[in-house]
Design a protein around this ligand. Structure first.
Ligand code: ADP
Length: 614
């Protein structure tokens, strides 16, 4: 019997399968089950109008059997089947639209193993059987015909088609499993438990029963396909906990049923706690993507924007059939539409949670706020307005995290800015002397304690027309602080010699010393001039060696001219310069400590204090 040759373009994909180094070989089963399900769909559809089909919905099923001894896996369906001619057309050639593009994608980067991954993501159908089988037999009888045909191939050198017997319409795919190799234990695929696991993983929601050993393995109707009224909150949470392996309940569940440019159903979960690896490169974000119950991808990152990467969930769209999905470009466009919709839903849900259950939102914020603040800063602030109203910072007055809305709403008349202070933690920020004038005025202050916070605030620039202002700012614009400023300016001129002396004594550590207009009860504080603040400097220094460059803040030592200590300093400057130099150093080190920075030389500092106590 003459061997027929595969069409050239099919051979390429076949070669790829036979010599596949792709590690997720198990997806062959998903592909064959998906074909079987399509074939049943076709016959079931036909049965609606054609009584001669003689089957009801409940009669359709897919059966998977193994024979470990003969090394066979058989996948059978009672669907529409194929004639000899259809076998030749369908299994001998890859001519369908999507496949051609798939092939081109493969050719583009043939060397790159990375691209092989698109097999796993988008499927290549029937040929994937050759990843695990050295011989594939297809026995099929097309509905409405009496004769059946047998297609056999051991891969590259072609296939044969011969007549055979089969009781009823449908298809059996028989795989002869390859012998075990050095790097792959193919015998594993012959074990019923392995096959059941693979079915659960990829084909759990295929709507036809997948039967093994007389038992239906798949759960068929996914929870996200059921009507909202049929599924309780508790059901959703239970599904979340078991499916996404979290022992805490989600903070919120979002259900979406969309019709339009792309139809899809989605069930999303906002976790309460961050997984231990969330802020590491190991964490893989993404949604599970299904097409009619068949899993296409288990982590589709394109479906969630970076700033919502903590969201878990499933998206199921019949518009993303395995066929269409091979057309990658079209696929991308559809995913983009879904992403845009989902991002709005997630934001709306977070806003709702913030307003209705502030306590729950706080624990959510503690876990994932950092990610959202990164989102404000990313892409040159492209998303800052979208994200601004779900951001929270710690409030000095409320002693808890509050929204920017809440801050602005509580602003007394006359307050023009949103004041903030940076510190490594709330206590340090709260202890900063420069917060005093703002507090005295009765204005609230937001404490920024995470590295990204100050960048986020600078990108936001303002909220509801109120600009952000650091308590370090020279001009706090408190309304009645002009007198203080004038006074400070006068004192600055009067003490210019002393200021210059302090700067010199500190030997390049500060850019300037100046009389402060903000200090009330404290003698000193450390601020900066120029664009880099102390907290930004701290951030850059925390980056892995080299990455942050040598970013340094220009430090300014501010002194309180009304404090008794200042008088002591001035006297020493006039009468005892060595002592004045010691005072300058002491005050600088105090300012460092108050700002939450380490003293540069602890022993020298200790000696300095001792020498002054003598
Ligand atoms: P795809 O399913 O993406 O079209 P495949 O290579 O998996 O590509 O299958 C090629 C074609 O072979 C299918 O479109 C279908 O017409 C036919 N086919 C495959 N498996 C079956 C089956 N179990 N029953 C009937 N037809 C099938």
């Amino acid at each position: 019997m003459a061997k027929r040759q595969f069409k050239t373009e099919s051979r390429r994909i076949l070669d790829l399968m036979i010599n596949s180094i792709y590690t997720h070989k198990e997806i062959f089963l998903r592909e064959l089950i998906s074909n079987a399900s399509d074939a049943i769909d076709k016959l079931c559809y036909r049965s609606l109008t054609d009584e001669s089909v003689g089957m009801s919905r409940d009669d359709f099923k897919i059966t998977v059997q193994t024979d470990e001894e003969k090394r066979l896996i058989t996948i059978s369906d009672n669907g529409i089947g194929m004639t000899a001619e259809e076998m030749n057309d369908n299994l001998g050639v890859i001519a369908r639209s999507g496949s051609l593009q798939f092939k081109q994608e493969m050719e583009k980067d043939q060397e790159s193993a990375q691209d092989i991954d698109i097999i796993g993501q988008f499927g290549v159908g029937f040929y994937s059987a050759f990843m695990v089988a050295d011989q594939v037999t297809v026995i099929s009888r097309s509905f409405g015909t009496q004769e059946a045909s047998k297609w056999v191939s051991d891969g590259a050198d072609g296939y044969t088609i011969t007549p055979c017997e089969k009781d009823a319409a449908g298809t059996d795919i028989i795989l002869h499993v390859r012998p075990d190799g050095e790097d792959e234990n193919y015998s594993d695929y012959l074990k019923p438990d392995t096959l059941k696991r693979i079915i659960k993983k990829y084909s759990d929601y295929v709507r036809w029963p997948i039967v093994m050993d007389g038992e239906t393995v798949n759960s068929r109707i996914p929870i996200w396909q059921r009507a909202k009224s049929e599924v309780s909150d508790e059901d959703c949470k239970k599904f979340y906990r078991s499916h996404f392996m979290d022992y805490t309940d989600p903070a919120a569940v979002i259900r979406v049923s969309a019709e339009g440019a792309v139809s899809y159903k989605a069930m999303l979960f906002i976790p309460t706690e961050a997984p231990f690896d969330f802020y590491t490169a190991n964490f893989q974000p993404g949604m599970e993507l299904y097409s009619n119950g068949v899993m296409i991808m288990d982590k589709c990152a394109q479906l969630v924007p970076e700033y919502f990467r903590f969201v878990r969930g499933v998206v199921d769209s019949p518009d993303l059939s395995l066929n269409i999905s091979r057309e990658l470009l079209q696929h991308d466009r559809q995913l983009k539409i879904i992403e845009t919709n989902l991002e709005k839903k997630i934001k709306a849900e977070l806003k709702k949670l913030m307003e209705n259950d502030p306590e729950k939102y706080q624990s959510f914020w503690k876990s994932f706020g950092l990610q959202i603040k990164y989102g404000v800063v990313a892409q040159y602030g492209a998303k800052k307005d979208f994200l601004a109203d779900i951001i929270e910072f710690y409030s000095a007055r409320e002693k808890k995290f509050i929204s920017l809305d809440a801050y602005v709403a509580a602003m007394p008349e006359g307050q023009k800015h949103i004041y903030y202070a940076c510190g490594e933690n709330v206590q340090l920020a709260d202890g900063l002397p420069q917060t005093e004038p703002v507090k005295d005025k009765g204005y609230d202050i937001l404490y920024l304690t995470e590295n990204v916070d100050e960048f986020a605030v600078q990108v936001l620039a303002s909220y509801k027309d109120k600009t952000f202002k650091s308590v370090n700012d020279d001009d706090l614009d408190l309304g009645d602080d002009q007198a203080e400023k004038k006074e400070a300016d006068a004192a600055q001129t009067e003490n210019s010699g002393l200021m210059e002396f302090i700067k010199e004594s500190l030997d390049g550590k500060i850019a300037a010393a100046k009389i402060s207009s903000k200090l009330k009860s404290h003698p000193v504080c450390l601020t900066t001039q120029g664009p880099i603040s102390l907290d930004m400097e701290r951030y850059f220094q925390s980056l892995p060696a080299g990455a942050g460059g040598d970013v340094k803040a220009e430090r300014v030592l501010e002194l309180n001219a009304a404090h008794p200590v200042f008088e002591a300093l001035r006297k020493a400057y006039e009468n005892d310069r060595p002592k004045a130099e010691k005072y300058a150093k002491l005050l600088y080190n105090q300012a460092l400590l108050i700002a939450g920075l380490p003293v540069e030389d602890a022993t020298a500092f200790s000696d300095l204090v001792c020498s002054l106590m003598d």
